[in-house]
Ligand binder design. Structure first.
Ligand SMILES: NC(=O)C1=CN([C@@H]2O[C@H](COP(=O)(O)OP(=O)(O)OC[C@H]3O[C@@H](n4cnc5c(N)ncnc54)[C@H](OP(=O)(O)O)[C@@H]3O)[C@@H](O)[C@H]2O)C=CC1
Ligand SMILES: O=C(O)CCC(=O)C(=O)O
Length: 482
């Protein structure tokens, strides 16, 4: 019998009121671990601990913050294989994808270790004589973090690292499907030398732990990544809370990849298959709309189908596997529902979409490619969040751009072309937060801003030095020396 892993509140590992298990989606007989669930009272304790720890951490030296964040980074990177294996077992990402994500988390902590040393203010003259004006940034206070299951280490990392870097304290609520990765990351953080209460882990459901965080008056800010539906609820709760919390939402996408006649076919196929299907398509940046112009359409569809036939869908931990399982039964049901909707709407299922049997019982789905789709279909408008993409035919670049922008979302977009003219025009006119040329829409750098427009994102950007907009508040100080 393995030990039940605990929550971390006020500098101590504590038991919970119930237990949650995470199941390996590649083998549903494999229970990865058991985790104590925090209740409302424990979440409130974590918030109180974070509040009590805030004044001292807010005054801590840049050196202390650098040392802690750097130590976290070094341990994550040193253990990337082991943690990547845990992540792949728990979430269903392939092992190389899991290791890559862990390495990225380590690099994020390293980046924000450096950022702690670069916190410099500004000083200027007043419009009035003899007065100095200083602009400084101060931390927000207690930051509540609500994270999804699809990047169980990288997303917590890109929220926790800047929060600590800029002097905030943290209450971290991971998604219930992935407590193992959250626990492993938290253990590393607790060994970094930060004082008790600065970082707290509360595993539990969105409706209890998440809800307590978004309603509590001592939580100054909420950072969230997840579904549009939950994001909207969080926005409402933050705006109506007595302290009017600052909030930041990263939600869905219906990301377009435009493929023009002049694209290099091999590049376009790799970009499309990687962006649409890798990580089992469970990325908010996944390319789920492949908008292809007439002259290359048939060759592109044939080549993508051939490439899909060559992909191995199997246990995430096996060598040579390209696509792991869908994360759980509920997400699998959603994927299958949308595949049926696509067929009922008149799109042609050109490849895949069926359940696969492997040695172990897992949620295996053959990546699905629709053709003859149009942009009004539900499969073109709603986020599926699985290995499902639809090809939409366009007459020319202008029509492809119009289709690309005709969506409620605006996270990532991409174009495959050898024309500088079209690439430049698309970069300027695509209504998304991140634009890729001859690169997959998914898979981004860790040192530059991440985020979107329209229904995809709300609030300040995440990642890179832009993260300071969310995790700090600006103070303007006037001094008259007399
Ligand atoms: N854009 C993205 O990055 C992601 C999008 N999604 C989309 O969302 C769909 C559903 O996935 P799911 O994981 O259920 O997404 P959710 O938005 O429900 O979950 C994201 C996080 O929010 C928490 N949460 C849920 N309800 C509340 C609430 N009322 N108050 C506060 N926190 C809450 C969840 O907790 P708990 O897990 O405990 O319920 C989880 O930690 C997917 O099929 C996909 O379409 C999902 C993940 C990431
Ligand atoms: O594409 C990426 O690198 C990040 C994707 C992401 O953050 C998400 O799917 O939530």
């Amino acid at each position: 019998m393995t030990a039940i892993l605990k929550n971390f509140i006020g500098g101590e590992w504590v038991d919970g009121s119930a237990v949650t298990k995470n199941i390996n989606p590649s083998n549903t007989n494999d229970v990865v671990g058991e985790y104590a669930k925090a209740d409302k009272a424990q979440t409130e304790k974590a918030i109180a601990a974070a509040k009590a720890a805030f004044p001292a951490w807010a005054q801590s030296t840049p050196q202390a913050r650098y040392d802690a964040l750097n130590k976290i980074s070094l341990e994550i990177i040193a253990r990337k294989e082991e943690l990547g294996r845990l992540l792949a077992r728990e979430e269903g990402k392939t092992l190389p994808e899991g290791i890559g994500e862990v390495a990225r988390a380590g690099q994020i902590f390293a980046f924000f270790a450096g950022e702690a040393l670069r916190m410099i203010g500004e000083k200027g003259a007043s419009v009035r004589p003899g007065i100095d004006v200083e602009l400084t940034r101060e931390p927000m206070g207690v930051v509540g973090m609500i994270t999804p299951w699809n990047f169980p280490i990288a997303i917590p990392a890109w929220k926790i690292a800047p929060a600590l870097c800029y002097g905030n304290t943290v209450v971290f609520k991971p998604a219930e499907l992935v407590p193992g990765s959250a626990h492993a990351l938290s253990e590393i953080i607790t060994r970094s030398g930060i004082p008790a209460g600065v970082f707290n882990l509360v595993v539990g459901s969105g409706s209890v732990v998440g809800q307590t965080l978004i309603e509590h008056p001592d939580v100054a800010a909420i950072t969230f990544t997840g579904s549009v539906q939950t994001g909207r609820k969080i926005a409402q709760a933050c705006v109506t809370s007595s302290n009017m919390k600052k909030f930041q939402l990263e939600m869905g996408g219906k990301n377009p990849l435009v493929v023009l006649d002049d694209a290099d076919l091999k590049t376009a196929v790799e970009v499309a298959v990687n962006g649409a299907y890798f990580s089992t398509g469970q990325r908010c940046t996944a390319s789920s709309r492949l908008i292809v112009t007439e002259g290359i359409h048939d060759r592109f569809v044939a080549a993508v189908t051939e490439r899909l036939k060559g992909l191995t869908v199997d246990d995430a931990l096996k060598a040579g596997v390209h696509i792991g399982p869908v994360v759980d039964q509920s997400q699998l049901d959603q994927d299958l529902r949308y595949i049926k909707i696509g067929q009922d709407e008149g799109a042609k299922l050109a490849w895949g979409g069926e359940l696969l049997k492997r040695e172990t019982p897992g949620h295996y789905l053959q990546p699905a490619l629709f053709t003859e789709a149009n942009n009004n279909m539900r499969i073109s408008r709603e986020e599926v969040f699985g290995p499902v993409a639809a090809v939409i035919r366009a007459k020319n670049y202008e029509e492809a751009l119009a289709i690309s922008n005709d969506t409620e979302f605006g996270l990532a977009s991409g174009i495959c072309t050898s024309s500088l003219k079209y690439a430049s025009h698309y970069k300027r006119n695509s209504e998304s937060g991140m634009v890729m040329v001859n690169l997959p829409t998914a898979g981004v750098d860790y040192h530059v801003p991440f985020g979107g427009r329209k229904g995809s994102s709300y609030g300040a950007r995440e990642q890179g030095s832009y993260a300071r907009e969310f995790y700090t508040t600006v103070k303007t100080a006037y001094t008259y020396p007399g």
